[in-house]
Design a protein around this ligand. Structure first.
Ligand SMILES: N=NNCCOCCOc1ccc(-c2cn(C[C@@H]3NC[C@@H](O)[C@H]3O)nn2)cc1
Length: 447
């Protein structure tokens, strides 16, 4: 057998997000988010699912912490529900909301687990959406005030923070493709939202430096990998355009202080224009302590006229797909990480999300999700290759601890290492939970 062994410094974790697991949507003073509105609008989410109850982690968080403790992870990445702690989006802080996260943080620390907080994981307070949401530049200031309130509440106990999760999803998937909340299909709106999310990231970092000087902060952009179908220039160009959209558009501003030129001209050709004000790029590009990378899949793609804004058509024949239809492409993970290292230098990287959708159910008390174990072996091997190639990886955080509300797919898609019965909220550790537990404990695994 071949062993893949990680350095002793490697941090292992698991991740979730508020709207996907908490439930208690109208409890404890929480007000609606854009995802409450979007999921309660017929046709937006598969099977009409919503986050009203989810995994009921609002009430069952102690059980979840025990699952994390038994898993043996160093870090638990979770998000704070902005409308739970500041129901109107700005102004009054809801003490019941803060108290819930205080109980969770205390329980994590008592069990020797480091909290890693994501400030924005897509659940914008609906009241702010009613005032224009992220299209409205005023929301940037509201976000900074929210961040400051959370730093004030938890900064003495929590030293690892993430500002924005997957800004590509929160801007283009949500305001151009219309697949996620608020479900708009307006390229200019998406370009505005993307810029304001990056600005909000910068403002949160500025406040962090003042309020938690001994902490570390980063953000967690999406990261796909697109491999040209052939050596034909048109295939390379099509992949370049889509990679700029999904990767560089959110990394160049933070690490280079500029937006990619090619994409700016494509947007302009489609009547969508960047509105950058004096000082914005300096705010966005101030130094951060780590870059989060969320990688699930990638594809080989070729040029095909008319296939979307970037004319890159995914062609997938060689590899398996997961139960959400995404190719299992661990080579893409290695290529992406070495590409990012080559583009952005020695920025420390946490893999803040990696995992797979497989919808195995409980049979005689067991969930045999061997395909998820195979996926993890392939991707952790790819991660090891990248580390051996000099990519500065700080840690790996599995998506996800629990099966949960997978956005527009609702509860039909399971990403958890723990199965959740959405009627009884019973948790059942899957075979992948035990495999990951062993890998975390040993810091190595065999392939
Ligand atoms: N590219 N063009 N697409 C054209 C049409 O797309 C249709 C759908 O697209 C997408 C693209 C990306 C995603 C996605 C989901 N996750 C998983 C979550 N990450 C954060 C955490 O909350 C996890 O649940 N990450 N990314 C979903 C849908």
């Amino acid at each position: 057998m071949t062993t893949i062994e990680f350095p002793k410094s490697m941090k292992w974790g698991a991740a979730t997000a508020a709207y996907q697991i908490e439930g208690a949507a109208d409890k404890g003073g929480r007000a609606p988010s854009i995802w409450d509105t979007f999921s309660h609008t017929p046709g937006n989410v598969k099977n009409g699912d919503n986050g009203d109850y989810a995994c009921d982690s609002y009430h069952k968080y102690e059980e979840d912490v025990q699952l994390l403790k038994e898993l043996g992870v160093d870090v638990y990445r979770f998000s704070i529900s902005w409308p739970r702690v500041i129901p109107q989006g700005k102004g009054e802080v809801n003490p019941e909301g803060v108290a819930y996260y205080q109980r969770l943080i205390d329980s994590l620390l008592e069990n020797g687990i480091e909290p890693m907080i994501t400030l924005y994981h897509w659940d914008l307070p609906q009241t702010l959406q009613d005032q224009g949401g992220w299209e409205n530049r005023d929301t940037v200031e509201a976000f900074q005030e929210y961040a400051k309130a959370m730093y004030e509440a938890f900064g003495d106990q929590v030293k690892n923070w993430i500002t924005i999760n997957e800004p590509w999803c929160a801007s283009f998937l949500s305001n151009y493709l219309g697949v996620h909340a608020p479900g708009k299909q307006d390229l200019q709106a998406a370009v505005d939202v993307a810029h304001h999310l990056l600005l909000a990231h910068g403002k949160a970092v500025e406040a962090f430096r003042e309020m938690i000087p001994d902490g570390e902060i980063g953000y967690a952009p999406n990261a796909d990998w697109l491999e040209p179908f052939s050596s034909a220039e048109e295939d390379h160009e099509a992949c370049r355009r889509e990679m700029q959209w999904k990767v560089e558009w959110f990394m160049d501003p933070v690490f280079k202080g500029t937006y990619p030129d090619l994409l700016q001209s494509i947007f302009a050709d489609n009547n969508a224009y960047l509105k950058v004000e004096e000082g914005d790029m300096e705010t966005i590009s101030q130094p951060i302590d780590f870059m989060g990378i969320n990688y699930y899949s990638g594809s080989i793609a070729r040029y095909k006229e008319g296939s979307g804004l970037f004319e890159a058509e995914p062609i997938w024949v060689d590899y398996d797909k997961t139960d959400i239809g995404w190719p299992v492409y661990s080579e893409g993970f290695y290529k992406l990480l070495t590409y990012i290292h080559q583009q952005y230098g020695e920025v420390p990287i946490y893999i803040t999300e990696n995992g797979a959708c497989y919808n195995h159910e409980v049979e005689n008390g067991i969930v045999n999700d061997q395909p998820r174990i195979d996926y993890l072996k392939k991707h952790l091997t790819a991660l090891h290759r990248a580390m051996k190639s000099g990519v500065p990886i700080k840690g790996y955080i599995l998506w996800s601890l629990l099966d949960n509300f997978e956005w527009a797919e609702g509860y039909s898609k399971r990403f958890g290492s723990v199965h959740v019965n959405y009627r009884t909220f019973e948790r059942t550790k899957k075979e992948s939970y035990y495999w990951y537990q062993q890998t975390v404990h040993n810091n190595w695994f065999e392939i």
